[in-house]
Design a protein around this ligand. Structure first.
Ligand code: ZN
Length: 497
């Protein structure tokens, strides 16, 4: 036992409780809260976040965290919790309280300004706010930076430890060299599948019931989780016994199907965090990228495979006989994997997805490191979409205004999506050597796959970084080659290339 740690615990517990309260308000805002509640709830969130800052910068807590020393007498889980707590403390104490509050107020407004600008397809209306948010982010990064560290590297590191511009330039460079020409080959081969049947009059209640079935099927535990409806699907969690996913229902039945598998992947990760870690600063997924690796693994690698649908497609046909009666399993699988370069990231297929992320990565680098003004964004955005995807937005709404992230100050977040996909592919390559993944799916038995991920990923929470998890699981460092191989093999087969 570590005496100082025992005395620090109530502070950690309080910080955690305040954070959990904020998460719960966020969830409520997106699901059930009446629209008029927003400004009132924002005031409460403001008060809670101020209290959170007070705990995190408390003198006694800081002293106790120091006195814990190198973690002697602590369990591995406690040591991880202490490390995370110290890091968060260090981050917050470097930001002057006045700036922290001003920034919180700015971002509370900015999402609304962004939403309005997006509705009107008018980037000019958002640009001044975005410039302010970006300036704050750069200033905060400068407070965190180690001597000589680049600002964008600080931002990247906060989402994905151990990944900086050098490693990401290499990663995206490989994707650009390999995938851009491969995508052209796929588009030119003249074998686009018909996917028109995926859109139509799919009753919402039936979609919702099927989504619930799928979540349970892949292993989301409804005794420790719930599913609700929101405009955009997302996952949040209070702790490992209260994990919440949402889904959305449109005229495209595949939207709901693959969103719910994606969010279940996030949810299963959080439900797999052990009791010893939950409700501590180390009691969550290792990183944004590792989280996406799990959600995208379930959604794409498992969920869009033919084997997955062998035992399930009949049930889907029975649920929607009018729409799917005459559509074969193979036609369905080809349709849900259709590659088509588009303008909207969240609608992108598996093959083109990382190219959307590459555009954002390059643009963020220009903004943060090259001093590019936000005014130039729409033009540079269009240029890059033309170059990598061969499409060009007709307005800001389907271009630079499509994502909420920058309005919330999330610069350096986007690369996690592409990294997550690549992490998942590397895991899959190893997993296939240890078990018959396809066979299990064809038998309708995804449990051993989930257990494998629980064993190698979920149970560590933040005790390991994403790089460590990958290395321990696959026996090698992060390798983008696995992802490229996986995509080329899958799409080569689907398109007969
Ligand atoms: Zn996700």
């Amino acid at each position: 036992m570590n005496e100082s740690y025992e005395r620090l615990k109530p502070y950690m517990e309080k910080a955690q409780a305040l954070q959990t309260a904020m998460v719960l308000f966020e969830w409520d805002n997106e699901t059930l809260a009446p629209r008029a509640a927003a400004p009132y709830t924002a005031r409460m969130i403001g008060a809670i976040s101020e209290e959170y800052l007070r705990v995190m910068t408390d003198e006694t807590a800081r002293k106790l965290a120091q006195d814990c020393g190198d973690g002697a007498g602590m369990t591995e889980a406690e040591a991880a919790a202490l490390r995370e707590f110290r890091e968060e403390m260090k981050k917050l104490e470097r930001i002057p309280a006045k700036e922290y509050r001003e920034y919180a107020e700015l971002t509370a407004r900015s999402a609304g300004i962004w939403a309005e600008a997006r509705k009107n397809r008018d980037f000019g209306a958002f640009a001044p706010t975005l410039r302010q948010v970006l300036d704050y982010q750069k200033r905060f990064a400068s407070y965190q930076a180690e001597p000589g560290q680049k600002l964008y590297d600080v931002m990247l590191d906060s989402y994905e430890k151990g990944f900086d511009m050098e490693s990401l330039d290499r990663f995206f460079g490989q994707l650009k060299t390999e995938l851009v020409p491969f995508l052209r080959q796929v588009m030119d081969c003249g074998r686009q599948p018909d996917d028109a049947f995926l859109e139509g009059d799919y009753p919402k209640e039936k979609q919702e019931a099927f989504a619930g079935f799928l979540a349970r099927y892949v292993g989301f535990d409804f005794d420790r989780g719930v599913m609700a409806v929101s405009a955009h699907p997302f996952t949040t969690n209070l702790h490992n016994h209260d994990v919440r996913i949402t889904n959305a229902y449109t005229r495209r039945v595949d939207d709901a199907i693959f969103s719910v598998i994606h969010e279940s992947g996030h949810g299963i990760y959080e439900q797999g965090i052990p009791d010893a870690l939950t409700l501590t600063p180390a009691g969550q997924g290792a990183s944004m990228g590792m989280h996406e690796s799990q959600s995208r693994f379930f959604e794409n690698i498992i969920g869009r495979s033919r084997a997955f649908w062998v035992p399930l497609y009949g049930r889907l046909q029975e649920t929607f006989p009018e729409q799917l009666k005459t559509v074969s399993l193979d036609a369905f699988v080809r349709a849900v994997n259709k590659a088509r370069p588009g303008l909207i990231r969240i609608q992108a297929d598996e093959l083109t997805y990382s190219l959307h992320i590459m555009v954002r990565y390059e643009v963020e680098k220009l903004l943060v490191e090259q001093g590019m003004d936000v005014r130039e964004l729409p033009e540079i955005w269009a240029e890059k979409y033309r170059e990598y995807l061969g499409v060009c937005p007709e307005n800001d709404g389907e271009g630079v205004l499509q994502d909420i992230h920058w309005s919330q100050g999330s610069f350096g977040y986007f690369p996690s999506y592409a990294l997550g996909s690549a992490f998942g592919a590397q895991m899959y390559e190893t997993m296939k050597t240890q078990m018959d993944v396809e066979g299990l799916l064809e038998q309708g038995n995804p449990a051993p796959i989930r257990e494998y991920l629980r064993e190698h990923v979920h149970r560590y929470g933040k005790m390991k970084t994403s790089r460590q998890i990958l290395k321990d699981m696959t026996g090698k460092e992060f390798d983008a080659g696995c992802y490229i191989r996986y995509l080329k093999e899958k799409y080569g087969m689907l398109y007969g290339i």
